[in-house]
Design a protein around this ligand. Structure first.
Ligand SMILES: Cc1cc2nc3c(=O)[nH]c(=O)nc-3n(C[C@H](O)[C@H](O)[C@H](O)COP(=O)(O)OP(=O)(O)OC[C@H]3O[C@@H](n4cnc5c(N)ncnc54)[C@H](O)[C@@H]3O)c2cc1C
Length: 364
């Protein structure tokens, strides 16, 4: 039996493919239904992945709003707005996650509530019971119990912090008409704020790697004030950690596989994790189904499809967010939309950061 810990995008994607191929799959999650704090921006490359590798069109019912537009701010100043060719979808995350679980059930997975506290040999401990497995997939998020038991926990210092509130548009008149993804620099040295439109609501968040003396809560308060949302009644600020500075080079070993956040697979510049969770789940299942040395195959597939891009993204982040490049980047944003349009092409998976920088060179 294949045991998958975590019923998020990574665990469900792996489970769907394994169960469809006729394997016996049990997915356990300690929280069902899940309530994952998330901006809910799903890029077009994730939608293509669902269609091409999982055979499912993006479920329209979970999309709160979609847009091709993208805005950049430096502090309260709007620098520019660009339109891409591909859709950015802003999903209601609980509904998206519930749809994934339904798809896993439809494919033949068993999905049960249960908390994994680790494993030894080919047996995992789930809610006090021993569960033997053939393959164990740790898709249990950034503080993965499977990763910890495998001696491959992500270092605490490598994790970014994200804070977010969901605000009714009416409570935020300055942004009541927002129809684009808005990204705002100037609040954290190695991070940025976001405002994502979701029908009648706006998700306003701030995330990044806080430096020595930076106070993230205070930075978020300033950001909310600049958004005109600080006075909204009953604001419920939620916080969570997400992978940022480190990811596993070898997420598979023997019969144990780490996927999604458990492997550190959130893109270090954008924080995008949903696509890479789905992708790593798919790569893991495909490696297992191919037989032979599945762990080596999975590690090679993650290198080619995920971590090569992450290495580029980290270099891009250091260029974009550190002086003197930061000021230069803000000037480029202000003076035209070319850089933003190229960035949208990276987001949608049409090119990578090497392509982005090639396009930024004179004559590119
Ligand atoms: C504030 C914030 C905003 C974000 N915004 C975006 C965004 O806009 N777009 C985007 O693409 N990404 C975003 N991300 C990242 C994205 O949410 C994650 O990368 C993605 O959810 C990872 O999916 P996953 O399946 O790996 O893990 P998760 O979605 O974290 O799922 C892990 C599951 O494992 C379960 N679990 C954990 N431990 C155990 C255990 N011991 N036993 C059993 N079950 C367990 C949990 O209950 C959970 O259901 C954001 C993250 C944060 C924190």
């Amino acid at each position: 039996m294949d045991l998958i810990v975590g019923a998020g995008p990574a665990g469900c994607a792996a489970g769907i493919l394994l169960a469809r191929a006729g394997r016996d799959v049990l997915i356990v999650d300690r929280a069902l239904p899940r309530d994952k704090l998330c901006g809910g921006l799903v890029t077009d490359k994730a939608a293509r992945l669902l269609a091409e590798r999982l055979g499912r069109e993006f479920p329209a019912g979970v999309v709160a709003q979609s847009s091709r537009a993208f805005e950049i701010c430096d502090g309260p100043e709007l620098l520019n707005r660009a339109e891409g060719t591909r859709l950015l979808r802003f999903v209601d995350r609980p509904r998206f996650d519930a749809w994934l679980v339904e798809e896993a059930l439809r494919a033949g997975c068993r999905v049960e509530k249960g908390e994994c506290s680790g494993f030894q040999g080919q047996t995992a401990r789930v809610s006090g019971a021993d569960v033997p497995f053939q393959a164990l997939i740790g898709a249990d998020g950034v503080f993965s119990a499977v990763g910890k038991a495998a001696g491959r926990a992500l270092p605490g210092k490598s994790l970014a912090v994200g804070l977010q509130v969901d605000v009714p548009r009416a409570a935020c008149p300055a942004l009541a008409g927002l129809d684009a993804a808005r990204i705002c620099f100037g609040y954290l040295r190695l991070g940025w704020g976001w405002v994502f439109p979701k029908g009648g609501m706006l998700s306003i968040g701030l995330g990044g790697m806080p430096g020595g003396r930076e106070d993230v809560v205070e930075a978020f308060r300033r950001f909310l004030e600049d958004c005109g949302a600080a006075g909204a009644r009953g604001l419920k600020v939620r916080g969570a950690k997400l992978p940022n500075e480190s990811w596993l080079r070898e997420p598979g070993s023997g019969s144990v596989f780490l996927c999604g956040d458990a492997a550190g697979f959130a893109e270090p510049l954008t924080g995008e994790g949903i696509h890479f969770a789905l992708l790593s789940g798919v790569l893991c299942a495909e490696s297992l189904l191919a037989g032979g040395d599945a762990a080596s195959r999975y590690n090679a597939a993650c290198r080619a499809g995920i971590t090569r891009l992450f290495d580029q993204a980290r270099r891009a982040r250091d260029l974009l967010l550190r002086e003197p490049f930061r000021s230069l980047a803000m000037r480029r944003f202000r003076s035209g939309t070319g850089v933003m349009e190229r960035f949208l092409r990276v987001l949608s998976g049409e090119t990578d950061y090497a392509g982005f920088f090639r396009g930024s060179l004179p004559g590119g």
